[in-house]
Design a binder for this molecule. Structure first.
Ligand SMILES: NC(=O)c1ccc[n+]([C@@H]2O[C@H](COP(=O)([O-])OP(=O)(O)OC[C@H]3O[C@@H](n4cnc5c(N)ncnc54)[C@H](OP(=O)(O)O)[C@@H]3O)[C@@H](O)[C@H]2O)c1
Length: 328
């Protein structure tokens, strides 16, 4: 089977397609999945270039990719037919999910073995044409839930500013903040993405054609917002500290973000931590089914264009999700 691997840390060129990789053997509590599509995330290139905390103990050569959608084709010894059925993961079922945070194996391959707890079934009414979106849902979705529920614990009536409202996580943060009862959600992004941000339910604040700081100052009469959800960090984190209310909170996403500038100024700031779990995957299913989570796939590339996909990802302006088709 075909699989993407890299044998040293570096740029996108270290990624190569292995045409005859061995088929994986599922562990006792694992399911064998024929992968249809792979969702890409900034974490993928951070692991590949060696800058992620996850790169530290990674054995090379290694696989790449953390989330996917596909079809169950087998299972390990601990999962008989009845057990698989009770979890809704019988052979032939379409599933989506992501590697558990501590599992270093990739998913960019034609077949993977993955923990049964890290998967959920895709509802039968979903058409195969929609599978790319499901491939990109688990990591962005579990992150958004961790941000909204665990880190920010958004309360009804709070005001929220999202930085990067049309990115992979941003497209889920906006509807989830609204669901949690936010009275007003503003979101920064390029002017080209303003319409998309509006469709998601937020008021867009273009950062490339105007000054977002002046705009949020004006819109809040200088009071600032209760919660900043910062998916960008680099040029947004420190300036955001001037635009939170007294007692407000900044949640910034990159795991290695330096929170010192906030703490020095007495502003509460935190980085979310994904909590995997079937209950949270099922919640994402409900949100998609109800039409509340309009996560968009901007591009689907073939598996052998993984290096180009990583370059696009590194540009930092992905709209919704970038996805790879795993089968040739
Ligand atoms: N802590 C965790 O567990 C966790 C989990 C998932 C992701 N993350 C991290 O979260 C970050 C975002 O992930 P993602 O998947 O959403 O990335 P993404 O899909 O690549 O989106 C990046 C977003 O950043 C926006 N952006 C770029 N420059 C900006 C600027 N100057 N001001 C405001 N927005 C700007 C882009 O919007 P425009 O195109 O409009 O510029 C785009 O919407 C990454 O660093 C990722 O590693 C952390």
């Amino acid at each position: 089977m075909r699989e993407i691997r890299f044998d040293r840390f570096g740029g996108p060129e270290v990624l190569s397609l292995i045409p005859d990789a061995p088929m994986p053997e599922p562990g006792p509590d694992e399911v064998l999945v024929e992968v249809a599509f792979v969702g890409l995330n900034p974490l993928d290139y951070k692991i590949r270039d060696g800058s992620s905390g996850m790169s530290r103990d990674l054995q090379l050569p290694a696989g790449t990719g953390r989330e996917m959608a596909g079809t169950v084709i087998g299972a390990g010894a601990g999962l008989d037919e009845a057990e698989l059925g009770s979890r809704g993961l019988s052979v032939g079922t379409r599933v989506f999910g992501m590697r558990a945070p501590g599992d270093p194996r990739g998913v960019a391959a034609e077949v993977i073995a993955i923990g049964a707890d890290d998967l959920a079934p895709i509802p039968g009414e979903i058409s195969d044409e929609d599978l790319p979106r499901w491939a990109g849902l688990a990591l962005a979705g579990l992150t958004a839930i961790a941000v909204i529920d665990d880190s920010a614990a958004i309360a009804p009536g709070q005001t929220v500013l999202v930085h990067g409202g049309s990115g992979g996580v941003g497209q889920l943060l906006i509807p989830m903040a609204i669901e949690a009862g936010a009275s007003q959600v503003w979101a920064t992004g390029r002017a080209d993405n303003a319409e998309r941000i509006r469709e998601l339910g937020a008021v867009p604040i273009p950062y490339d054609t105007g000054n977002w700081q002046e705009e949020i100052h004006r819109l809040t009469d200088g009071r600032g917002v209760d919660v900043v959800l910062d998916t960008h960090y680099h040029s947004t984190f420190v300036p955001s500290l001037d635009h939170v209310t007294e007692g407000g909170l900044v949640v910034t996403l990159p795991t290695l973000a330096d929170l010192t500038p906030a703490h020095e100024r007495g502003v509460e700031a935190t980085v979310p931590r994904i909590k995997p779990g079937r209950d949270r995957l099922d919640r994402l299913v409900q949100g998609i089914r109800a039409g509340r989570y309009l996560l968009e796939v901007s591009q689907v590339l073939p598996l052998d264009e993984i290096a180009r996909a990583h370059s696009l990802l590194e540009d930092g302006h992905t709209r919704g999700k970038l996805v790879l088709a795993a089968q040739s």
